[in-house]
Write a protein that binds this ligand. Structure first.
Ligand code: ZN
Length: 455
């Protein structure tokens, strides 16, 4: 029988914690109240272990990790608060979950503190874990903790790892909290540049959970999630995996976004009976732009017949010469990306066709895409503006792409990529891609450009 007795989804703004930005607390009062309600409901189910699934702390792209040491400690000093906490870890459960996951070929790995320290990672708890635990402590809960840090895995694996958490037995009664914020781009002055997609994303998740429609959560396309700049979707999918096959109802306790980040508090009540497991949707949007439709068509034709589509007399907007990049993703993972800094062909149509085929078949970082991969791929096409010379202080990785040039070498990075947040990171990657030694950064000529990204 599944040990899961309760599940909840909750945000993790440190601002909710005593001593952090107290003057702003009234604006988040609704979230605070809902959080206390969630904690009270959890305590009622009397779990002896709480699993927190967090998107923060040292996060690896290819595995979920669990801190494997006995005593978990963390504090809010970096946020200016004296609050600290210490929890006993349920290492027995963690080891069992790791073993079960390994049997299914899923990367859920218990790491020790020495391994983390040797990579210069902090061994303290992250705020994604601490904020929910702070509320549980306040509600009087005592017990053992398992902290699970998500990895950048395909959504299907996140879901499967959730299933493992529910299949790991023992004498435990377990509550699971998926810790995550919704969109970070709800407002002009928020942490990410304003994008109306943010609110649309948040509303989609809220509406789905109000109806206990978990399939609708899974159906959110990767590009939509990325543009919404959220950190809660994968933890939520992991939670849904842990509830796989069991009847349950979700209830939204609160949603607000007072500082440009969406805070959603929701609880999941487990009921008797079974629920149909969820399926992972294919990603072939019918409302794709003409650019990505052309790219997909070109790849398909090439994979099936080794033929390149000829466009005799292209119509606007495909008729003018323009530089373009074609990016392919499988689930959320890059699967190929090739493009041109200056147009190579007479018109954009031919540019897209050539780059799409190259992204699918000759990107040196990846195996060739197969025809069955193609059905699952999401495609985006970036149309590039003319590059203009720039200085380091003008870099803005959220809006501007970067070209770094040194002697004959040239590295390019598109703007608005997940995981590239600072000019420093952007420059470092551009240098690396161009094979330009880091110490030559000052000699490198920089150019920025804008893109129009089409899905
Ligand atoms: Zn977050």
């Amino acid at each position: 029988m599944s040990p899961i007795v309760f599940a909840g989804f909750a945000p993790h703004p440190p601002l909710l914690i005593e001593g952090v930005g107290d003057e702003h607390k009234p604006e988040a009062a609704q979230t605070d109240e809902a959080y206390r309600q969630l904690a009270a409901r959890l305590v009622e189910t009397q779990p002896n272990t709480v699993i927190v699934v967090t998107p923060h702390g040292p996060v690896f792209s290819d595995a979920y990790t669990i801190p494997g040491w006995d005593t978990l400690h963390g504090d809010f000093t970096p946020f200016g608060s004296a609050v600290s906490m210490t929890w006993e870890a349920n290492t027995g459960y963690s080891r069992q979950a790791e073993t079960l996951a390994a049997k299914k070929g899923l990367p859920l790995v218990v790491v020790n503190s020495r391994q983390l320290a040797s990579h210069r990672y902090s061994t303290g708890l992250d705020h994604g874990t601490m904020v929910p635990l702070w509320y549980l402590q306040a509600a009087g809960w005592k017990g053992k903790v398992v902290c699970i840090r998500i990895g950048g895995l395909p959504p299907r694996q996140c879901y499967e790892i959730g299933k493992v958490l529910a299949e790991t037995s023992g004498d435990e009664k377990i509550a699971l909290i998926a810790s995550g914020d919704m969109s970070h781009c709800l407002k002009e002055n928020g942490p990410s540049p304003y994008n109306p997609v943010g609110l649309e994303f948040d509303e989609t998740v809220v509406a789905a959970l109000e109806k206990s429609d978990y399939q609708a959560v899974l159906a959110i396309p990767p590009e939509f999630r990325q543009r919404a700049a959220e950190c809660g979707w994968r933890p939520l999918v992991t939670l849904l995996g842990a509830l796989d096959g069991r009847e349950s109802k979700s209830q939204v306790l609160s949603y607000q976004g007072p500082f440009g980040v969406g805070y959603l508090v929701a609880i999941f009540t487990l009921e008797d009976g079974e629920r149909q497991g969820l399926t992972f949707p294919l990603n072939t949007p019918e409302d794709a732009s003409i650019y990505t439709q052309l790219a997909r068509k070109a790849i398909r034709q090439y994979l099936i017949k080794e033929e390149t589509i000829e466009i005799e007399s292209p119509e606007p907007p495909l008729d003018r010469p323009q530089a373009a990049f074609v990016s392919l993703k499988l689930d959320d993972q890059l699967r190929g990306c090739i493009g041109t800094i200056e147009p190579k062909y007479e018109h954009l149509g031919a540019e897209i066709v050539a780059n799409a085929i190259a992204a699918a078949t000759t990107d040196p970082r990846f195996d060739r895409v197969t025809i069955s991969d193609l059905e699952q791929l999401s495609i985006s096409v970036d149309l590039l503006s003319e590059p203009v010379p720039a200085t380091y202080s003008q870099l803005d990785p959220s809006k501007l792409g970067l070209i770094a040039q040194w002697r004959g070498r040239r590295g390019l990075l598109l703007p608005d990529l997940s995981g590239v947040d600072t000019p420093e990171e952007q420059l470092e990657i551009a240098l690396r891609k161009g094979g330009i030694p880091k110490e030559k950064a000052r000699e490198a000529k920089l150019y920025t450009f804008t893109v129009e990204r089409h899905y």
